[in-house]
Design a binder for this molecule. Structure first.
Ligand SMILES: [Zn+2]
Length: 328
């Protein structure tokens, strides 16, 4: 779910270098930082398409995969593949051999894009907010305080933020309505705040953001989305783990609060009377890991009405996925 703050260059070699650095420094965390090609052709009549943009460690890929699969740069190999492609199974088998059997890291990073028909999105009562724009430095680097003692002792999830969010002007992306930091702090533009309030999101859910320019100023352009007390329960039908080719469920907290390193499937939530299906909610479980500036995060889910409003307003920096509901 995270980690694309500094991976915005169109230069593939730079992107791949950064991907490798992230993986070597942060170990298990995946990198999802490059623009996805829009090679799938979902239109009004076809069903959802799932496309993965995968970066493989080049030297390892050379030993476990056919040389003509994907595009090789100096240190990595990039493969864009749909879930239904035979190449997807080929990579899954190579992961089984390289990572599971031989203990060699093959997948350096990945990103998924799910494309839906309008009918598919309309049929979903809840919608998942995926935040594409990731910014640095994070709040923690700019003076935001966390009460670490309040976090889970196993996975580090749930540390309470103590006071306002502090950021730096140079880190914010101009023109992006929704942004998040490496630490999972979510920042939205004034117009998104207004749209959300119009759809029943409580004003209490928006926190002040102080931005360091020449001096530290209270921002009139941005607010932080605070963690809602409205929760939806992630169902056991949701798949979590490190990457789409691996079923080892990396990163599950023994205390149960963090579900895994990343969400791998679409989100399914437990349907129940407690789902208001209005405004903004957070998942009960976290994804991610606590390492350096990284913190496990709750996922943000919104109502269909709010999604429609944001969509028609053309908000930037995010994308949306349908959310399934099940009884367990
Ligand atoms: Zn935990």
């Amino acid at each position: 779910m995270a980690y694309d703050g500094f991976l915005r260059s169109g230069d593939d070699s730079i992107i791949v270098s950064a991907a490798v650095i992230v993986c070597s420094v942060f170990g298990r965390r995946v990198v999802v930082g490059w623009p996805l090609p829009t090679c799938d052709s979902s239109n009004g009549s076809s069903r959802m398409t799932v496309t993965y943009d995968v970066r493989l460690f080049g030297e390892v890929a050379d030993r476990y995969l056919p040389v003509n699969l994907g595009r090789r740069s100096s240190i990595a190999r990039r493969v864009v593949v749909r879930e239904s492609d035979p190449e997807f199974k080929l990579i899954a088998r190579a992961v089984e051999e390289a990572e599971v059997r031989d203990g060699e890291k093959l997948v350096a990073g990945w990103r998924v894009r799910r494309r839906y028909t309008d009918e598919e999105m309309r049929a979903s009562r809840l919608v998942l907010l995926r935040i594409d724009a990731v910014i640095e430095p994070s709040g923690e680097e700019c003076g935001t305080v966390y009460l670490e003692a309040s976090a889970c002792r196993h996975c580090g999830a749930g540390a309470v933020q103590d006071g306002a969010l502090f950021l730096r002007q140079r880190g914010l992306r101009r023109g992006r309505d929704v942004q998040r930091t490496l630490g999972g702090e979510v920042v939205v533009s004034r117009r998104v705040v207004d749209l959300m309030k119009k759809h029943g999101v409580s004003p209490d859910l928006f926190g002040e953001v102080y931005i360091a320019k020449r001096a530290i100023e209270l921002s009139t352009s941005y607010s932080q989305i605070l963690t809602s007390q409205e929760r939806v329960a992630a169902s056991s039908h949701t798949r979590f783990g490190e990457h789409p080719f691996d079923d080892r469920r990396e990163g599950v907290c023994p205390a149960g609060d963090t579900a895994g390193l990343n969400i791998l499937s679409e989100l399914t939530v437990v349907s129940g009377a407690d789902i208001r299906a209005a405004g903004l909610m957070h998942t009960d479980r976290f994804v991610g890991n606590r390492l350096g500036l990284l913190r496990p995060e709750r996922m943000i889910v919104m109502s269909q009405d709010l999604y429609r409003e944001l969509l028609s307003a053309g908000v930037t920096g995010c994308s949306f996925e349908r959310v399934h509901e099940s009884t367990a």
